[in-house]
Design a protein around this ligand. Structure first.
Ligand code: NAD
Ligand code: UDP
Length: 311
């Protein structure tokens, strides 16, 4: 198949491009390089089945493809809050453009949605039938509400125009090729630990997250795209839940760091708990994560260590 990956030069997108090429597909990676990087895909450039297009999905484009994975959107709070209006445009106008293309060329389209559609959840763990608890006017809203509208658009193009859609809700994912400057907890803590600097826990560290290794996520994404008769939304994530304080301690142990933990103010609207219920994914896709946190964090720390050694 000919497959378009928007946001293909980003963290998750680059792993997805690699896996799809490995399966023998033609892959078009489309990216405006806002948070992505050529470094993430440089190793794919010699493959004659790989093409790269510099383009912003806020502008229309027409490509003849069979599948569209719509990942283009900054994902870390630091990046999506840098230009919040642009973040909304990317999720809303960008998704309309990709859905328009899917409609014209009869491609199947998968939207990378997020656990953020549940906001600061009052149901725990989160199931797909929960409608969420999202602040519409806060500093995270550009991302959360943008992704919620993107889901609405997917469903309306499906109902109104018969577009073949899939929706996945991704929970915190980590691994090699995360941007070093993205301010997310995994990259921050690993870089701090490797440099023996203080580890910055926001709030008292009692908030929870559940971290999924990128290879597991990519497997779930492809299974969902190729699943017949099920459009989602479906949660994809690792249900193993940790407090952020426990997470900091784990990273210190794994990296053998001399770092100390310090506490900083909690950002506005920071969700207090997050854990996916993945029963639906297991039932419909036969999917569950296989890489445990220690193994995944070890690989991620090796990646960051190698990069800083290079620099
Ligand atoms: P990322 O920032 O590494 O990747 C996003 C990519 O999209 C980047 O390459 C960026 O340059 C590109 N991009 C941004 N705006 C664009 C635009 N207007 N036009 C074209 N390209 C654009 O982030 P990621 O972690 O790889 O996330 C990928 C997708 O998965 C995003 O849609 C994100 O919302 C979703 N997601 C990620 C996580 C996670 O934990 N990583 C969790 C939930 C959802
Ligand atoms: N966090 C932290 N220290 C950091 C970066 C993040 O304690 O240096 C916390 C943050 O407040 C949140 C959790 O870690 O509670 C996950 O943050 P991240 O930005 O990675 O993702 P999200 O909040 O979108 O899940």
């Amino acid at each position: 198949m000919r497959i378009l990956v928007t946001g293909g030069a980003g963290f998750i997108g680059s792993h997805l491009c690699e896996r799809l090429l490995g399966q023998g597909h033609d892959v078009i990676c489309l990216d405006n390089f806002f948070t992505g990087s050529k470094d993430n895909i440089i190793h794919l450039m010699d493959n004659h089945r790989f093409e790269l297009i510099r383009h912003d999905i806020v502008e229309p484009i027409l490509l003849e493809v069979d599948r569209i994975y719509n990942l283009a959107c900054p994902a870390s709070p630091v990046h999506y809050q840098y230009n919040p209006v642009k973040t909304v445009k990317t999720s809303v106008m960008g998704t309309i453009n990709m859905l328009g293309m899917a409609k014209r060329v009869r491609a199947r389209i998968l939207q990378a949605s997020t656990s953020e559609v549940y906001g600061d959840p009052q149901i725990h763990p989160q199931t797909e039938d929960y409608w969420g608890n999202v602040n519409p006017i806060g500093i995270r809203s550009c991302y959360d509400e943008g992704k919620r509208v993107a889901e609405t658009l997917m469903m309306d193009y499906h109902r109104q125009n018969g577009v073949d859609i899939r929706i996945i809700r991704i929970f915190n994912t980590y691994g090699p090729r995360m941007a070093e400057n993205d301010g997310r907890v995994v990259s921050n803590f690993i870089l701090q630990a490797l440099g023996n600097h203080d580890i910055t826990v926001y709030g008292n560290g009692s908030q929870t997250r559940s971290f999924c290794y990128v290879d597991d996520l990519v497997e779930g994404m492809i299974r969902m795209m190729e699943c017949e008769g099920f459009i989602g939304p479906v949660n994809l994530g690792n249900p193993v839940e940790n407090t952020i304080l426990e997470f900091a301690e784990k990273i210190i142990t794994i990296t053998g760091s001399r770092s100390k933990i310090i506490f900083k103010p909690l950002p506005q609207d920071d969700p207090k708990q997050r854990q996916p219920n993945i029963s639906l994914a297991t039932d419909k896709l036969g999917w569950k994560p296989l890489v445990d946190l220690e193994t995944g964090l070890g690989r991620t720390a090796d990646y960051f260590a190698a990069r800083s050694g290079k620099g």
